[in-house]
Design a protein around this ligand. Sequence first.
Ligand SMILES: [Zn+2]
Length: 150
Amino acid sequence: MSKIRFFLTEFDDFELAYFSKFKLPTYMKVTQSKIKEYLAERNLNKSKIDKLISENPKSKLDDKKIRCPRCYSDKIRVNSVAWTTTGGGIGIADEVATWDGVEERVTYKNEIICDVCDFWLEDPNQEKPLSTSKKVIYGMWDIIIGIFRN
Ligand SMILES: [Zn+2]
């Protein structure tokens, strides 16, 4: 059994529906077709997936588990990451740290990602890939700023 298949057998139908809607497109084509084969085995087609997402009964659950705000799964992955984003710009302390090169002020924060639908609950380093719409907006700003500068 392939790794991705094993990963998917852990999902219930609702999780699988969210997975296929949000995370499936992030895989490579070969893996995508393997996943689609598995979805067919579980009798999940497009209309059934939409139906499962719209009626997700887990949205009414009220337990103490950490759940994804989008798909309500508790399959949440927590990565401890070195926090590299500096807060208030460069101060004297930062310059000292750069000079002696010894004192690296690395703090650790949790990066929390939903394993089912890839929703980022916590993103301390802003590593989440930008969505295409955001990229387009940034691109437009560059053009607008360019116009004013010329
Ligand atoms: Zn999720």
